[in-house]
Write a protein that binds this ligand. Sequence first.
Ligand code: PLP
Length: 436
Amino acid sequence: MKHASMDTRSIEELLAYDREHIWHPYASMGHQSVVYPVVSASSVRLNLADGRELIDGISSWWCAIHGYNHPALNEAAITQIRAMSHVMFGGLTHQPARELAALLVDLAPRPLDKVFFCDCGSVSVEVAIKMAVQYWHAIGKKEKTKLITVKSGYHGDTFLAMSVCDPVEGMHQMFQGILPAQTFADAPQCGFDDPWDDRYIKSFERLIREHHQSLAAAILEPIVQGAGGMRFYAPEYLRRVRDLCDRYEVLLICDEIATGFGKTGKLFACEHAGISPDIMCLGKAITGGYMSLAATLTTEKVSDAISNGAPGLFMHGPTFMANPLACAVAVASIRLLLSMPWQDAIRRIEGQLTAELSPCRRLGPVADVRVLGAIGVVELERPVDVVKTVRLCAEQGVWLRPFGKILYTIPPYIISDRDLSRVTGAIHHVVKAGAF
Ligand SMILES: *Cc1c(COP(=O)(O)O)cnc(C)c1O
């Protein structure tokens, strides 16, 4: 079936209004770069207003793991909206929240069995940090309020989340005096498969030893540093971090917002290291890309301390906490994932990405090609021209959006071999055309 398109005049009006009044992510008002009007999306395709179809190679920022307009997720949303779209969570509860919590508790590494639902990834990071600080406060160690992390990380755009993003890329300069100063170890230098050497953990080890008395928690993206540069690191690094956190009495927060729900080949990336954090953040793919929802999971040890200490309450409660519509779609999305041979799907994507992206090294100024699970990265030697790259890809019928020196794909898990080849073909095309 041909999808509805818009006439040229309506498209122009939309773009003109958008340019004048609507802010886009990490964009300026008035000098925006190009935006593409979309009218609908289905399976792995975005349907543009001018009638073109683009294969979405990045799953709408790593969320739409089942593709768009999925009958099972649509059905869950429609059924739930007929019952209730939203009710407050203060003093009320409901089955969608219970079902989602039960799935998360069941799937998450033990002993993470307490669930706090919130609006988006950045807020789940705020909640995680607040939990860590309240934990130490409750057990009488009020001086433990700071965080240790690694460079090249990304944890969101709210203030405490920003304070643990990479200090250079994360705009710390501009917000100096507002952002709390945190401790930054060197970014992990050991690739995913590199043989382990103790020198890799030296920077983190020295800093946690020096600062542990003031540290509430360490926060890291497990195994894959996403928006900070798509860097993959060795599971042993994460195991060492876990050991050091235990030794120096610092809680460990794993930010699985990008990595969760299968992207690295494991349901959660910390499974590569066989460790369990004290607090875990989930978001992005949790609703299969349908709407915003996030969750912060923690252990009984942390929840007991907070609940039994003063003030005896956890001081957070968003208006749309545990939104039933989002919870119902998340339940459907996770059940759908578990009902399919998702490990096989990801292995297939991983194999194809490895085979088809490796030749990029010979096509242009490529610094590195790396693949883990459903994540394929071509790192260039120079920053990419985003507008030009997006246009070149769109001309190939593919939607990609690079950042910095990073050209990457994280396709919906349902993508066919043929469509995935078009995505990798577009990446070849960009590298050859030299869009940087
Ligand atoms: C996207 C992301 C966030 C922020 O999530 P939002 O929903 O955009 O607030 C936090 N941490 C990681 C690792 C992310 O990839």
